[in-house]
Design a protein around this ligand. Structure first.
Ligand code: KG4
Ligand code: ZN
Length: 490
């Protein structure tokens, strides 16, 4: 019907951009990305040891996907004003997010959203001290709208400017209302575009321990919702239709009344020996089983019953969260030098990786393993109440406090970008609004050293392909030499 429009589900793992995000496997010696990050974003961060202590306010602009969202916060963590325009109705007819429609919609409302947030805060742009904006990762032309607006404001009103990594927005926002969360912390970043386990050593200083090889957890939940007959952005809970919700939330609502043992799924990658994820096999298995049920007893396909939807949702969610729990436990075991599984599991891992069993215990330690101060769970999936409960046992096991942002700040929002701006400005991490450009792919860990810790699950050929994409993007940025305007109006 709409074959000429490219549909994506968030930052689809099929796109080069998101595949590039799993950059850390093959390119541990690539120094370009360091230049890219340091030169353009963290120029002052590595030189200054002092921080800014006086109170200040930041406006944060977020347009990386399908929400045009602006938040204004002060440096004590008080939210002064917010305004958001979502695009549910525009994408509903296409049953997924259409990038061209998203960027056009951002353009149409960006001025109104900035004005709305200022009005809610009873402020004028002149009163704001710092401008912060998501510059990546995300959909290129959606990012472009926010970056353009923010840089224009910063230049016109001569304000300091912070280029925020969207993932850092998610990762740091828990500190907005919980300032006692100290570095370093373990961060579980679970959203529609990413599934990553990281150590956050400080602002803009991360080590990646694990990421997904295919779909993100949020993307898997979104796709699962559609496989079990939920319409995009909707769920029928047995009594009423609930609208304008993500697929993950639809699955959570259905799962509450479902039985997770009716359709048990095999937990992926139990013996992978690393902290990576894979959700696409799980999704295909769901599709296969649902297809089979729909065809039973009738020549035509029938829709699932509500009970079947609920049981599938509960079973799928259970397995996806178990997969997450397993890898979080493995990463923390590794961090604290604990055995990374039972004897049987270790033997299976060693066999799979063609290593002698003792080699598994001899992984080089190339990061300083300072005692962690807690576990921070962030991104849209962190809203899930069942998951919140499940992660408590891990937090108890490792005696680490567990932190979540308020649920309203888990999914994409401008406030988290404003807060990241507070953290960055405090550390004098500003950049030049005249040369900033959007970065559809921007890894948080700029050292690319994950494969020094764990053996990659990816086949060599696949690694080479990703390396190619990675180099292409880095070369493109290097060619432009930091000048956003070279790229802006392509
Ligand atoms: O962080 P976010 O707003 O966007 C990205 O940066 O990707 O996350 C959106 C993701 C979607 O995949 C959505 O299905 C998932 O978060 N999500 C949930 C829930 N609410 C949103 N997943 C599970 N349970 C929820 N309650
Ligand atoms: Zn997000």
């Amino acid at each position: 019907m709409i074959s000429n429009i490219k549909l994506i589900n968030r930052f689809s793992s099929r796109s080069p951009q998101s595949l590039f995000l799993v950059h850390h496997y093959p390119f541990s010696n690539n120094s370009n990305i360091k230049i890219n990050n340091n030169k353009r974003y963290l120029s002052s961060s590595t030189m200054n040891t002092t921080t800014i202590d006086k109170p200040f306010t930041v406006i944060g602009i977020e347009t990386s996907c399908d929400d045009t969202s602006v938040g204004i916060v002060d440096s004590s963590g008080k939210i002064l004003g917010e305004y958001k325009v979502s695009q549910w109705n525009l994408h509903k007819v296409h049953n997924g997010i259409v990038p061209t429609i998203a960027s056009k919609a951002h353009k149409e409302v960006i001025d109104q959203v900035v004005e709305g947030a200022l009005e809610n805060a009873s402020m004028k742009i002149e009163d704001v001290d710092v401008i912060a904006v998501t510059v990546g990762p995300g959909m290129a032309h959606s990012l472009e709208v926010g970056v353009k607006k923010a840089s224009q404001l910063a230049i016109k009103y001569k304000k300091p400017f912070c280029s925020v990594n969207h993932l850092e927005g998610h990762s740091l926002v828990a500190r907005l209302n919980q300032p006692h969360i100290e570095f370093p912390f373990f961060t579980i970043l679970i959203s529609g575009g990413h599934t990553q386990l990281l150590i956050c050593h400080g602002v803009s200083n991360y080590t990646l321990l694990g990421t997904t090889c295919d779909d993100s957890i949020g993307e898997a939940l979104d796709k699962a919702a559609r496989i079990i007959d939920c319409r995009f952005g909707e769920v029928f809970d047995g009594e009423k239709i609930i609208s304008n919700i993500h697929g993950g939330q639809a699955i959570e609502i259905l799962a509450e009344k479902g039985n997770p043992s009716i359709y048990p799924f095999n937990v992926p990658m139990l013996n992978s020996g690393n902290c990576d994820f894979s959700f696409s096999g799980l999704k295909s298995e769901l599709q296969r089983r649902v297809g089979k049920i729909k065809q039973t007893n009738t020549a035509d396909e029938r829709p699932l019953t509500l009970q079947e939807q609920q049981d599938f949702a509960a079973s799928f969610q259970e397995c996806a969260f178990k997969h997450l729990e397993n890898k979080v436990t493995r990463a923390l075991n590794w961090y604290y030098n604990k055995p990374m599984g039972s004897k049987k599991t270790k033997a299976a891992i060693a066999k799979k990786n063609k290593l002698k069993e003792q080699d598994e215990q001899q992984q080089p330690e190339t990061i300083e393993k300072a005692p962690l101060k807690g576990i921070v769970v962030s991104g849209g999936v962190a809203q899930n109440q069942k998951l919140r409960k499940q992660l408590e046992s891990i937090s108890k096991k490792f005696r680490l406090p567990l932190y979540f942002p308020p649920t309203s700040l888990c999914t994409d929002n401008g406030t988290m970008i404003a807060w990241a701006g507070v953290e960055m400005y405090r550390n004098k991490m500003t950049s030049n609004p005249e040369t900033v450009f959007y970065i559809p792919v921007w890894p948080l860990d700029k050292n690319n050293n994950q494969n020094q810790f764990f053996k990659s699950t990816l086949k060599e050929k696949e690694q080479e392909i990703r390396k190619g994409w990675y180099n292409n993007v880095v070369n493109m940025f290097n060619k432009n030499d930091g000048d956003v305007n070279n790229k802006k109006d392509e």
